[in-house]
Design a protein around this ligand. Structure first.
Ligand SMILES: Cc1cc2nc3c(=O)[nH]c(=O)nc-3n(C[C@H](O)[C@H](O)[C@H](O)COP(=O)(O)OP(=O)(O)OC[C@H]3O[C@@H](n4cnc5c(N)ncnc54)[C@H](O)[C@@H]3O)c2cc1C
Length: 397
């Protein structure tokens, strides 16, 4: 199998790199979110070049010659450069809308996403429904031409600057728990929707700020129901499969790892060179191999996505990437000593990015179904191991 990019893909990657080199100002860099006027303008410039919809058909605002790998190349370059990424809007929401929504909804929302007309929040989690999303209780009561919602969600990233919510709600309280959930697209300015900040570990520009989102008799028009009523759990699982490889790229970890290696190659403490220390060399060599595996697993998931929604490959990417994030942060702090834990100032390692990585590692372990759920997917769907009820779900691949 050839894991390298083709000449066409390399040409696009180089075009993106040139764009980033000329357009990514200090106001744009420093966050993965499209949350300020400078970052919105930066992403809109890419939208005007047609880059956001390059993988989708022209009638939805995409391209006359769809180039499906473009969004992954673009996202990886943006992530590598430390700027706002398109993996949530395009890689997750647009991909799922394209697969499961009605023709009217695709014609309405996909062009808006590809023009960067607004940001999205993914609004699933509740106090008793995080990993186990099938347990969600927040009801959307079917009133015929609309649904009425009273309740709350929590830990919702991006809700304080989003235009739309990709929202899961319970529409049938009597059905088995996975069969009574529906997905809706909800305007953030809908009357009855309000927010309260939930600040988590981390700094601005990370997922530091999340939100509680409250609904008080909020009305959702029926035409904002995505796909079929009560099929939302399956749409959510599909969106999570995309989240496990399409939101964040492994490229930013490769970049940070290379920085550590370059730092060690150059370090010289009065003639004493840590690059010559066998313990340091061994730790870095071990991590280099693991970083390379991460890059390959990500490419495997991207390639698998060209055929169908990848579940096992996405889960392998997620489980490996988040675990490596943990190890990587720990290794960096071990090697840098107390300087690694500083958030800024002349002695901090890489402008505090190591400390950030350390704080964010916990979130990466639970986000998008997380490491544990991903391992369960690998166990059941790849290896054919029995589920919690003791029954194999699928033959081993
Ligand atoms: C910074 C941050 C941002 C977030 N952003 C969003 C967002 O934008 N939208 C959104 O909807 N949610 C968001 N979340 C919520 C996140 O998805 C949940 O925290 C996550 O799903 C875990 O759910 P929980 O907190 O209820 O923990 P629990 O589900 O109680 O899990 C606790 C621990 O137990 C493990 N565990 C649970 N069940 C199993 C199982 N069956 N098998 C093995 N291990 C298991 C988990 O992996 C985890 O380690 C965010 C959370 C954080 C911290």
């Amino acid at each position: 199998m050839d894991f390298d990019w083709s000449p066409e893909e390399i040409a696009f990657r180089d075009e993106v790199r040139a764009f980033i080199a000329s357009e990514m100002t200090p106001e744009v860099a420093g966050s993965i979110f499209i949350d300020t006027p400078a970052r919105i303008e930066f992403v809109t410039k890419m939208a005007e070049r047609g880059w956001l919809g390059m993988g989708f058909p022209e009638k939805y605002g995409g391209s006359p010659n769809p180039f499906p790998l473009a969004q992954f190349i673009l996202n990886a370059e943006l992530d590598r450069a430390g700027g706002p990424i398109i993996g949530k809007n395009v890689g997750t929401i647009a991909s799922t809308i394209y697969n499961v929504a009605s023709e009217e909804m695709k014609l309405d929302f996909l062009p808006k996403i590809f023009r960067n007309e607004g940001q999205w929040a993914i609004t699933y989690s509740e106090p008793n429904a995080g990993t186990d999303l099938g347990s969600m209780q927040c009801r959307a009561v079917d009133k015929g031409d609309h649904f009425e919602v009273t309740g709350m969600k929590h830990y919702i990233t991006s809700a304080h600057f989003c235009r739309w919510h990709w929202m899961a709600l319970r529409t049938d309280p009597d059905a088995p728990k996975h069969k009574g959930i529906s997905i809706f697209i909800v305007d953030h300015d809908t009357p009855g929707l309000s927010l309260s900040p939930m600040n988590t570990l981390g700094r601005e520009g990370t997922t530091h700020r999340t939100n509680q989102v409250f609904f008080d008799k909020m009305i959702i028009p029926r035409e904002r129901l995505v796909g079929e009523q009560n099929k939302g759990f399956y749409y959510m699982m599909q969106a999570l499969d995309y989240e496990r490889f399409a939101i964040l790229s492994f490229a930013s970890r490769v970049r940070r790892f290379n920085k550590i290696v370059n730092f060690y190659k150059a370090a010289d403490y009065g003639g004493e060179k840590p690059a010559e220390d066998p313990v340091t060399r061994r730790a870095l060599a071990r991590m280099a191999a693991r970083v390379e595996v991460g890059t390959m697993l990500e490419r495997l998931a991207i390639c698998a996505a060209q055929e169908e929604v990848p579940d096992v490959e996405a889960a392998m990417n997620k489980a490996w990437g988040a675990s490596i994030g943990d190890e990587f942060a720990q290794l960096g702090l071990d090697l840098m000593g107390p300087f690694g834990g500083l958030w800024g100032g002349e002695h901090s390692a890489f402008d505090g990015k190591l400390a950030d990585e350390y704080l964010m590692a916990g979130h990466a372990r639970v986000a998008a179904g997380g490491v544990d759920t991903s391992k369960s997917i690998i166990a059941r769907r790849l290896l054919g191991l029995p589920n919690a009820l003791g029954k194999p779900e699928l033959p081993a691949r």
